[in-house]
Design a protein around this ligand. Structure first.
Ligand SMILES: C[S@@+](CC[C@H](N)C(=O)[O-])C[C@H]1O[C@@H](n2cnc3c(N)ncnc32)[C@H](O)[C@@H]1O
Length: 194
């Protein structure tokens, strides 16, 4: 990596926009559990062992590992816009022998999954980075099963973080109904139903 490109990565790490995969290691620090732990997220998602789950923007898979492990009879689809992030996540999950997963490269617009495909769709510190937020939320509505849950978590320190009210507006505009909120405005998970 040249000096200029490493300066570029550092700049992208601290400013708004897509999180650089070169800094993915910072997303695997266990200290993150103070803000949101994978076990806490699993409870908030109201997961069942046979749930079909879509995680958008998994990065290197900090939450994916425990979520996929919980889904003994279900499946987790990891969908990221950076192939490098998917590769990192897959390496991490493969190492733990996790096989109930699928890896999907997003194009930033529509998803190639049928209507009513998933019981849960979730994102952690992702929505602020998504360029076509309205399109994505409409896609989530289309892909979520009628009794499913869309879950959005936002954490302190993320330069792209959105306020819970902004997420409520986005989701309501797409047809979702507010269901539950956990945490506080600094670190929260907000859930919606169809
Ligand atoms: C800050 S990281 C969070 C990763 C992971 N959710 C976590 O909390 O450890 C944001 C992730 O969202 C992905 N991302 C950004 N825009 C996206 C988009 N439009 N579609 C899918 N993934 C996207 C990035 O590539 C990155 O992996």
């Amino acid at each position: 990596m040249t000096k200029n490109s490493s300066t570029g990565v550092t700049k992208r790490f601290t400013s708004k926009g897509i999180f650089p995969y070169q800094m993915a290691f910072t997303l695997l620090i266990p200290l993150r559990n103070i803000f949101l732990s994978p076990n806490q997220l699993i409870k908030r998602l109201e997961l069942k062992a046979d749930s079909l789950v879509l995680e958008v923007g998994p990065g290197p898979g900090y939450f994916s590992l425990k979520v996929a492990g919980f889904l003994q009879h279900g499946k987790l689809v990891l969908a990221d816009i950076q192939k490098e992030m998917l590769d990192l996540a897959q390496k991490r999950l493969d190492k733990k022998g996790i096989k109930n997963t699928e890896y999907y490269l997003c194009n930033g617009n529509k998803f190639a999954f049928s209507d009513n495909s998933f019981n849960r769709i979730f994102m952690v510190t992702v929505i602020g980075e998504v360029e076509n937020k309205e399109t994505y939320i409409l896609e989530f509505y289309r892909m979520l099963k009628p009794d499913g849950i869309l879950s959005v978590s936002e954490l302190a320190g993320d330069p792209d973080k959105l306020k819970s009210n902004d997420i409520k507006t986005l989701c309501r505009n797409a047809g979702f109904k507010f269901y539950k909120i956990y945490g506080n405005e600094k670190n929260y998970t907000i859930n919606f139903k169809k």
